[in-house]
Design a binder for this molecule. Sequence first.
Ligand code: ZN
Ligand code: ZN
Length: 194
Amino acid sequence: MFPGILTRMPHVFEPASSGRAKCRGCGRAIARGEVRFGERLPNPFAEGEMTLWFHPLCAAYKRPDAVLQALAESSAGVSDAEALERMARAMSAFRRLPRIDGAERAPSGRAKCRSCQQPIERGAWRIRLVFFEEGRFVPGGYVHLDCRGNHFEGHFVLAPVLHFSSDLSDEERAEIARLCGSEASRTSEAQSKD
Ligand SMILES: [Zn+2]
Ligand SMILES: [Zn+2]
């Protein structure tokens, strides 16, 4: 049916041969010599395959299943393979988590929250979502930071939210951590009462 799948190149961890490639996960450069993760996919637009390059941790957050597959084959050269695997397993456990693309204050009040369907008021914290389609990430709307408990069903979102929010100031990041921290403890209290 799909003979190409049988001969597909495996995903790979390897040192970046140049500093030109950008990470698909965070959009930042991958430094020359730094270990990068390559996800191999059938090219949706042409014959053959394509490789998407990521920082390993960015891939663990956004493409966890591919990372787990690669680690199962070989973790040679990956310096923190155990931590990477732990993170990929956590993200892989719930299908919406890999959509997290960071947080920002809403620049206008036009977008609606995908969780509660209410407008996200200007200046409120919102989580950006992306969907992976045909080999690329496409913008998938927003949820209120306050709606993360519903949208992500109580899964802890702080690590990926902060990871993909590198343009925020330290104060803003601390504020997000504080806002998420209070709910994280409430969530675990609620769960332990069940
Ligand atoms: Zn990255
Ligand atoms: Zn909401």
